[in-house]
Design a protein around this ligand. Structure first.
Ligand code: NAP
Length: 233
């Protein structure tokens, strides 16, 4: 069996391609997740040791880490558990966004919060990252999938939505809320890139949180390349 660590559109595409030989694992963070084809398990493994045990118990022949570029702990866990058990690991990671002129890159959500220098901000850093902005005095339009459970900035409006988004829709949103700054993370991919095109079209500056460092494991960008890797192990 192949274990796909999921929670992304890429992981769903891979599950569809691999069929019943693969099981997808989700963290269980999102209330009603988009489920992939095929078998699914939900919930943490209990750190690297728990994952290593799970791999042995389920006779896993390879792991594909197709988690989000900002999901650091599960990727570290996958690297450690596969090193311990000798199960091959490949990372499926969508490329980051092509940098645009005028983007300000920061290393963390805290740095992004410190970089807010406008009054009306569109914040799309994900529900878990919102706490870093809680002391902000600007007005924030916050968009995330599920309601946040962390303290939010004093002045904000919340939109619950999961995309994918269109350029026209994002243009209308930015205009309607008179947005002056977009703060986001370098998630990459097409599902959420329309906001960047809209910001560019309207001359709105963008603060982008850089991706965290990744474990040193074989990494590919496409489902085809994962299949080629799996044929070789
Ligand atoms: P994280 O900080 O790396 O993971 C925290 C803990 O959640 C892990 O230690 C692990 O628990 C569990 N976990 C995470 N992903 C899992 C998975 N696919 N299957 C089973 N357990 C998992 O991850 P996160 O940033 O909270 O992201 C959680 C999930 O949401 C991931 O599947 C990710 O692909 C998806 N996602 C994340 C983002 C983002 O911006 N971070 C955006 C979109 C989607 P144990 O240690 O107990 O195993």
């Amino acid at each position: 069996m192949i274990l796909i660590l999921g929670g992304t559109a890429e992981a769903r595409a891979l599950a569809e391609r691999l069929g019943p030989d693969a099981i997808t694992s989700l963290a269980g963070r999102v209330k009603s997740p988009r489920l992939p084809d095929g078998p699914v398990r939900i919930g943490g493994f209990g750190g690297p040791d728990g994952l290593a045990r799970w791999l042995a118990e389920h006779d896993v022949r390879a792991v594909v880490d197709a988690t989000h570029p900002f999901a650091e702990r599960i990727s570290a866990s996958a690297a450690a558990a596969t090193a311990e058990t000798g199960v091959p690991l490949v990372r499926l990671e969508r490329p980051g966004w092509e940098p645009q002129p005028g983007w300000r890159w920061v290393e963390s959500l805290e740095e992004a919060a410190a970089a807010v220098d406008r009054d009306r901000v569109f914040l799309t850093t994900g529900r878990q990252g919102l706490a870093a902005f809680s002391a902000g005095e600007a007005w924030f339009l916050i968009r995330c999938v599920d309601p946040p459970s962390v303290p939010l900035p004093r002045h904000h409006e919340l939109i619950l939505d999961r995309g994918p988004y269109t350029l026209d829709g994002e243009l209308a949103l930015l205009r309607a809320h008179r947005i002056e700054l977009l703060v986001t993370k370098d998630s990459g991919g097409d599902h959420t890139r329309a906001k960047l095109d809209a910001a560019r079209a309207l001359g709105i500056p963008v603060v982008v949180v850089r991706r965290p460092p990744r474990p040193d494991v074989p990494t590919v960008a496409t489902v085809d390349a994962v299949q080629a890797y799996l044929r070789g192990v």
